[in-house]
Design a protein around this ligand. Structure first.
Ligand SMILES: Cc1ncc(COP(=O)(O)O)c(C=O)c1O
Length: 455
């Protein structure tokens, strides 16, 4: 298993060839899930004392298991938040595995961490963060938000010098992704729910009003969305930053999906105020064209991260017997809820280094453009009704006369025939169709396929 012989060579060729076959497909099939009992019938038991052999396991994966996963990068995958990794990022992901890098500490992954940190610096610069900024790549937005909020609470705890409130609280709107509510639950915090305006945004004014009427003892953080999952709405970041500064609250921006909109000239202005945040996250596996999984967590002051997350144990003190300058030897483990870590920022690093940041800005602008064209197309069709102009790349609209069951039935038909996948949602109490793209390969024709099917 560990020596490299002729069989390994043959297996390597086969795996690389099959991976290439998949990458060459343009587009790959949409595929979709099968029930476990169906898979059990086709695949049978694969784990046994003697093994089934690499050849059989590989064929099972390529022909059955991989085909029983939905292709998030399909151009007509309009559901949840899909994905659209570049060729460079996917190919380089193979290299990251082959290099077997421990990305948790500089001693194990210096070169990889150095490259990742250049990407984090680019993101920090786009946000307008100062030189003190920095962060780490974690598994996903949920873990990034949790880690940022733990940093915020650590700061608040220090400020109260042991005078703990009855309960710590986090302010966020119901439009925000449930990752914040999940983080609050894990941290034993309460949610203070913020209202939104007619455009589904939290504004500085609404925040100020809400906080002056609420019991804010223990409130330590406000989470704003820079691109809600449901609608792509961007909160009034500047107004919220103002209130957070006045009240000494940690200001976190959830840009897991929407942050890349800052790269596009047409939407950059919507992010005004993000430079005043204490932390933000963005998921490269969403709209930064990387494979699963990665979340960039960036602190405005990197030391806020280490004050909350730096820890040690006897077996690990040998990493740094003497204190080190984190600008020279940076340990990602000290900045989030993590220790062992895949260097999951590397696929993005390679693709960015290869293609340049301008290519990323263009690709993001392209997806914004196709979303706007799709919105125009909806306006042209008399049986459809656009609910609002898309802020980013989420489009919500009604098929006149339809109920939730009609959207679900159409989606089932399109999905099971591998034509498209979308998820209806509810806006202001009404069931509506929701289509999102982050894929520069998605065309107006792809959207029209769904619109036509609704006729
Ligand atoms: C706005 C937003 N925040 C957070 C998350 C959670 O991110 P992850 O799924 O990477 O944990 C998502 C996921 O879709 C999201 O859209």
């Amino acid at each position: 298993m560990h020596g490299f012989d002729d069989d390994t060579e043959k297996l390597a060729q086969e795996i690389v060839e099959l991976a290439l076959e998949r990458i060459r497909m343009s587009p790959p099939p949409l595929d979709g899930p099968r029930k476990a009992s169906v898979l059990q019938g086709i695949v049978g038991e694969t784990i046994s004392s003697t093994g089934i052999g690499a050849e059989k396991a590989l064929q099972l994966f390529f022909n059955v298991l991989a085909r029983s996963c939905t292709t998030l990068s399909h151009p007509r995958n309009f559901a949840a938040v899909p994905s659209a990794p570049t060729n460079e990022s996917v190919l380089f992901d193979l290299m990251v595995s082959a290099a077997s890098i421990f990305g948790g500490a500089w001693a194990g992954g210096a070169g990889a961490i150095f490259a990742e940190n250049q990407v984090l610096r680019w993101l920090a610069d786009e946000a307008g963060f100062p030189e003190t900024a920095g962060g780490t790549f974690v598994q996903g937005g949920t873990l990034g938000i949790l880690s940022a909020l733990v940093a915020g609470r650590t700061k608040a705890q220090a400020a109260r010098q042991g005078d703990a409130p009855k309960v710590w609280k986090i302010a966020v709107s119901a439009e925000a992704h449930f990752a914040t509510a999940e983080s609050a639950r894990v941290m034993g915090c309460e949610i203070l729910e913020l209202p939104v305006d007619a455009n589904h945004r939290v504004t500085g004014e609404l925040l100020r009003e809400t906080l002056s009427a609420a019991d804010t003892d223990g409130l330590f953080a406000v989470v704003a969305s820079a691109g809600t999952t449901n609608l792509g709405a961007i909160d009034d970041l500047d107004g919220i930053a103002q209130v957070c500064e006045e009240r000494g609250l940690w200001f976190h921006v959830d840009g897991a999906y929407g942050f890349p909109g800052i790269l596009a000239p047409s939407t950059r202005h919507l992010f005004m105020g993000i430079a005043r945040a204490d932390s933000f996250v963005v998921d490269p596996h969403k709209w930064l064209f990387s494979p699963y999984d990665a979340c960039a967590l960036v602190y405005r002051d990197i030391e806020d991260g280490s004050r909350a997350h730096a820890y040690s144990d006897v077996y690990i003190t040998a990493l740094h017997p003497e204190p080190v300058d984190p600008r020279e030897e940076f340990d990602p483990k000290n900045y989030a809820v993590q220790l062992s870590r895949r260097a999951r920022g590397l696929p993005l690093w390679f693709s960015l280094a290869a293609n340049g940041t301008a290519a990323y800005a263009n690709a993001v602008e392209k997806t914004l453009g196709v979303a706007r064209s799709a919105a125009e197309e909806i306006r042209r069709r008399d049986y459809l009704e656009l609910l609002m102009d898309p802020t980013l790349t989420v489009i919500v609209f009604k098929r006149i006369g339809w109920q939730m069951k009609d959207y679900l039935a159409l989606n089932k038909r399109l999905f099971t025939s591998e034509i498209a996948w979308f998820m209806p949602t509810v806006v202001d109490g009404e069931p509506v169709a929701r289509l999102i793209t982050v894929n520069p390969g998605t065309t107006l024709g792809d959207f029209n396929t769904v619109f036509d099917a609704m006729r």
